[in-house]
Design a protein. Structure first.
Length: 262
């Protein structure tokens, strides 16, 4: 199985298909198999793209350290290291949810490595480290609970159930949340600085959300702030059910076809 290492942490990846490189980064508590293969994304995109699929640290077949210091910016570094490992100078990116935040961080900090971006289930926000730590508490408490039956928060219960179904390492996932909160100010900078950066973005950007996604508030923010960005909402779908939706597949496939012809 193909792995590479970043400072001793082994990261698993797969390559499928032929065409321009598309780096695909899955969501929180998910992995390559669940986010991309079982939802038919690989079958949809592999004929016209060379898919670089990665299990983020803390997930899937990659190593799962339990220190928050091993996450946050380190998860962005893993993607850059993977590109260097595969001698990829520049690529298209498709990130979903947590993968969207990693992709967005790369767009801000490594713009020369990015040809285009698909942000699924992710919208940047004004949230600070303190605010993110506070909003993460119900999820962290849910992952620390002895049983999912003890979890009262409906959204946190949904994610705890999902994590258990995927066989995820709950301690590692807590560290993922804590590590990202620790680094969020460095990754996204201030929102006013982000808005200035948005105006300078030249690469094609597509954002796609489910209309019923309770995690996203201002669903059209990317389209409003990034010149020329496209935005789609899939009606009647939430954060989890939108992923396998054929309409989502059609939109992304068309976007990549357009991008790769430029």
């Amino acid at each position: 199985m193909p792995f590479f290492e970043n400072e001793g942490v082994k990261i698993y990846y797969e390559i499928e298909g032929n065409g321009p490189d598309l780096i695909m980064i899955h969501g929180f508590a998910s992995n390559i198999e669940l986010n991309w293969r079982l939802t038919n994304w690989i079958r949809t995109l592999k004929d016209n793209n060379r898919l670089i699929l990665v299990d983020c640290r803390g997930h899937g077949k990659s190593d799962k350290p339990t220190s928050p210091a091993q996450y946050g910016k380190k998860m962005m570094e893993d993607i850059v290291k993977l590109m260097d490992h595969l001698s990829i100078e520049k690529a298209n990116f498709f990130g979903y949810s947590m993968g969207g935040s990693i992709t967005f961080g790369l767009l801000l900090h490594e713009p020369n490595r990015v040809k285009s971006v698909v942000l699924g289930g992710f919208i940047p926000s004004k949230i600070s480290r303190e605010q993110l730590e506070q909003s993460n508490k119900p999820m962290i408490n849910a992952f620390k609970a002895e049983s999912v039956k003890q979890v009262k928060n409906p959204l946190a219960r949904q994610f705890r159930n999902f994590a258990e179904l995927t066989g995820a390492d709950l301690k590692a996932l807590i560290a993922v949340m804590e590590g990202f909160a620790r680094d969020v100010d460095d990754i996204f900078t201030s929102f006013s600085e982000m808005k200035l950066t948005f105006k300078k973005i030249k690469v094609p950007v597509l954002s796609v959300l489910g209309s019923d996604d309770a995690l996203m508030t201002n669903k059209t923010l990317v389209a409003e702030l990034i010149p020329g960005a496209c935005h789609f909402q899939i009606q009647g779908k939430d954060h989890l059910t939108v992923v396998p939706d054929p309409k989502f597949h059609i939109v992304v496939k068309a976007f990549l076809k357009f991008v790769n012809k430029k």
